[in-house]
Structures are given as C-alpha cells and as structure tokens.
Design a binder for this molecule. Structure first.
Ligand code: FEO
Length: 168
C-alpha cells in the first residue's frame, strides 16, 4: 500500500504523461500538415511512449493496492511557428516533466516509501534521455535547419525512429 500523498502525486503524474501524449499527437498532426512526415512520425512515436509512461504508473498504483483517479486532460497548446520553435517548446515541456518527476522522487523520500523511490528511478533516467535527444535535434535544426535540403535530411533521419516497448 502507498500513502494518500504518494497515490495523489502518482495520479497527477499519469495526467501529465497523458497530456504529453496528447501534445505530441497534436504536434505530429502539425508536422504532417506542413509536409514534414519524418518529424510527424517522430512525434507520433513519442506520443505512444508517453502513453506507456502513463500506463506504467497506472499499473503500479493498482499493483500497490491503491486507487487510480483519472482526471481531465487539458487541450494541448503550442505555437506552430517553425520546427525549431516547436522543438524548443518540447524541450521546455520535458524539463517541466523532469521537475515533476523530481518532486515525486523527493516526496517518496519524505514518506519513507523506498519501493516507490526505486520505481520512479526509471522515470528519472528516461527524462535525462528525452532531454538529451530533444536538445540534439534542436542543435541540428539551429545549425542546418534554415537550408531546405538539410531540413529534408533531418526529416528523413527522424522518420527512422522506432517505437520500442519500455524496458523496466
Ligand atoms: Fe513521459 Fe516525455 O515524459
């Protein structure tokens, strides 16, 4: 069993992960509309991974004999000015998710809940990888993205992203 405080913060995190899935799906649609199908594919794969992140929390809460409380998912919002600006918004979003996971980890320590502290480690590592991969894409876009032929090549590279089930 987990404490009510841990239950509530994990439920809030489920909502943030599903909001992330919705945000990436919306970005995928935007990229498709402007003909960047590789970017669109990348965002769609990310959306699936975010659903996995939410579902892992869902199963964890149930597995600890506690209650899942699903809240309303907000409408995704982002500025559609250019691919690099969208990726900068992705980076800021992921940083906010990292802070949120940090708060979960910190609360588990306050509650002496070492099992959840151990469980949440996977998310801490996942956030480091997500921030790093997004910042690499931003760097490429800033350096080469103004050239249409380079943007085409970046698009082709992003089209090769594979969806993998999370390894816990
Ligand atoms: Fe599930 Fe992108 O954090």
């Amino acid at each position: 069993m987990i404490s009510d405080k841990i239950r509530d913060i994990l439920n809030e995190q489920i909502n943030k992960e599903f909001y992330s899935a919705y945000l990436y799906l919306s970005m995928s649609a935007y990229f498709s509309e402007i003909g960047l199908y590789g970017f669109s594919h990348w965002a769609k794969v990310q959306s699936k991974e975010e659903i996995d992140h939410g579902m892992i929390l869902f199963e964890y809460i149930l597995g600890r004999n506690s209650q899942v409380n699903l809240g309303q998912i907000s409408m995704p919002k982002f500025d559609m000015n250019s691919p690099v600006e969208v990726f900068e918004q992705i980076y800021n979003h992921e940083r906010s998710i990292t802070s949120s996971i940090d708060c979960v980890a910190s609360m588990t320590e306050g509650e002496c809940d070492l099992a959840t502290r151990n469980f949440i480690d996977w998310y801490l590592k996942e956030q480091i990888e997500e921030e790093a991969s997004v910042s690499r894409i931003i760097a490429k876009l800033k350096t080469f993205g103004a050239e249409k032929s380079a943007l085409f090549l970046i698009d082709r590279e992003l089209s090769s992203r594979e969806y993998n089930l999370p390894e816990l």
